[in-house]
Design a protein. Structure first.
Length: 206
């Protein structure tokens, strides 16, 4: 495979929910509401494709569409009306991501496959159409590239371009732009020789 797929997700939250691990009495389940993805070429000049993305209807464990907290709307610009008009069923959105990835490694900044795909699938009684082994976490690549661990711990998908003095490819907290941002940073590290394609493909299962 001559490319990897970098993806990102947005999911339901509320004020203080992350600090409570979504355990507060009014906290929503962290259900997926948006997926974004790009291809990152593994050959020079390590081009990043135009981003693609899908909104996802956050169907809860009672089979209802969960409402969006105003915090998520402020952060991501995602509204109930937008999800009602454009949201795909979770299975359809994951199938679209799988089709886009074409079997390539799926790199995320963090483990969204566990933090939002897994609970979203669980509450609907669904099985993931994408095997767990296809997903990998991108932050170890920055350690390989020479960044210190404390710095990597502080970085997020929406801040990684700024860390390297790169222009962000879109607004923060948009899954498409955040996926493109991580891919842009990885492309920079590849082009400057701090990473090799083998460093990335080495994350794949053997």
């Amino acid at each position: 495979m001559d490319f990897v797929t970098v993806y990102d997700c947005e999911f339901l939250t509320a004020p203080g929910a992350p600090a409570r691990f979504w355990c507060g009495p009014d906290d929503p389940d962290p259900l997926c509401v948006q997926i974004g993805a790009v291809h990152l070429s593994l050959g020079a000049p390590f081009a990043v494709s135009d981003p693609v993305g899908w909104y996802v209807s956050p169907r809860d464990r009672d089979g209802q569409i969960a409402p969006v907290d105003p915090l998520l709307t402020r952060l991501c610009g995602i509204t109930d009306a937008q999800l009602q008009a454009e949201g795909l069923a979770l299975a359809d959105a994951l199938a679209a991501l799988s089709d886009f990835a074409r079997g390539s490694l799926l790199l995320g900044w963090g483990k969204d496959e566990l933090l939002t795909f897994a609970p979203s699938l669980f509450v609907q009684g669904l099985t993931s159409p994408i095997p767990a082994a296809q997903f990998r976490n991108a932050p170890p690549l920055l350690v390989t590239a020479g960044e210190d661990l404390e710095t990597v711990h502080r970085l997020r998908s929406n801040t990684i371009c700024g860390h390297f003095g790169l222009d962000a490819p879109g607004p923060a907290h948009d899954a498409r732009a955040d996926a493109a941002a991580v891919a842009t940073a990885l492309s920079h590290l590849l082009n400057t020789g701090r990473l090799s394609a083998a460093d990335i493909t080495g994350l794949a299962p053997t």
